[in-house]
Design a protein around this ligand. Structure first.
Ligand SMILES: Nc1ncnc2c1ncn2[C@@H]1O[C@H](COP(=O)(O)OP(=O)(O)O)[C@@H](O)[C@H]1O
Ligand SMILES: [Mg+2]
Length: 240
């Protein structure tokens, strides 16, 4: 399977090798968090230094690291590890560390030059928080004052890149369109895609989710559940 993010990998590699700060925009499921970091591990500009990836939540940090380790057929803490509050799984072999926000700011505060780090990735940057903004400001400062070779990659599905450019200046923005699947919206008492019935649920369809097995979302009108049918369609069922 070819992940959408791989279609822009060449452009991203060129952008990162020539620019200290790059933005990647790609829709959910494109492979930003679990595929792309693995593809960047051997970049020459990393000069065999580590990569740090910032995840806003602890659970996401651990599961993303776990997924990448298993894609490499390794245990967590080998070449891919994580550092979250009260839980660290890294070793001397670790070259990709997934960390949470407080951890990254502490790392910068204890080592002002981020020695041994070649790339810092800010995942899910649209979530914006004081901690993430502070971490970005600190990384930019490290880059400007001590480490012009340090790369920063900002990733998001929904980031307003133009607004960010206003504060950060002219930055290359690499965009992946992702893949879209035809959807069919239906209203019925029984789901087309599975045998579940609607009993006990309420709400109205509010849109559709990215490709996947089954998921729920909520919106102004309530909750809706989406089922992937056996064919390529996503079948959206609304409960009235
Ligand atoms: N732990 C996992 N097990 C199985 N598939 C996964 C797992 N994590 C991610 N995926 C799949 O890998 C693909 C890329 O996911 P991800 O890297 O999280 O995308 P993005 O960060 O762009 O939203 C998606 O199709 C997703 O469903
Ligand atoms: Mg992601």
């Amino acid at each position: 399977m070819k992940f959408p993010v791989l279609e822009v990998l060449d452009d991203l590699q060129v952008a990162l090798s020539n620019n200290p700060l790059v933005i990647l925009q790609a829709p959910p499921g494109a492979g930003k968090s679990t595929i792309l970091p693995l593809e960047l591990m051997n970049e020459s500009w990393l000069k065999k230094q580590k990569m740090l990836m910032l995840e806003p939540r602890r659970l996401a940090a651990k599961s993303v690291a776990q997924r990448m380790a298993s894609l490499r057929g390794e245990s967590i803490g080998d070449s891919v590890g994580y550092r979250v509050r009260f839980d660290t799984r890294v070793s001397d072999k670790t070259i990709l560390e997934v960390v949470t926000e407080g951890i990254l700011t502490r790392m910068i505060q204890s080592d002002n030059s981020l020695e041994g780090v070649g790339l810092v990735i800010f995942d899910e940057f649209h979530e914006r928080s004081l901690q993430a903004d502070l971490a970005l400001a600190l990384c930019l400062q490290v880059q400007q004052v001590l480490r012009p070779d340090l790369r920063i990659l900002i990733m998001s599905a929904t980031l307003d890149a133009e607004a960010l450019k206003k504060s950060l200046g002219e930055i290359p923005v690499i965009t992946s369109e992702g893949k879209q699947y035809p959807i069919r919206a239906t209203t019925s008492k029984n789901c087309i895609g599975c045998s579940e019935s609607a009993s006990g649920r309420s709400g109205r369809c509010v849109g559709f989710l990215a490709r996947g097995g089954r998921d729920t979302t909520s919106g102004r009108s309530g909750r809706a559940t989406f089922f992937r049918s056996s064919c390529t369609h996503l079948v959206c069922r609304s409960f009235l």
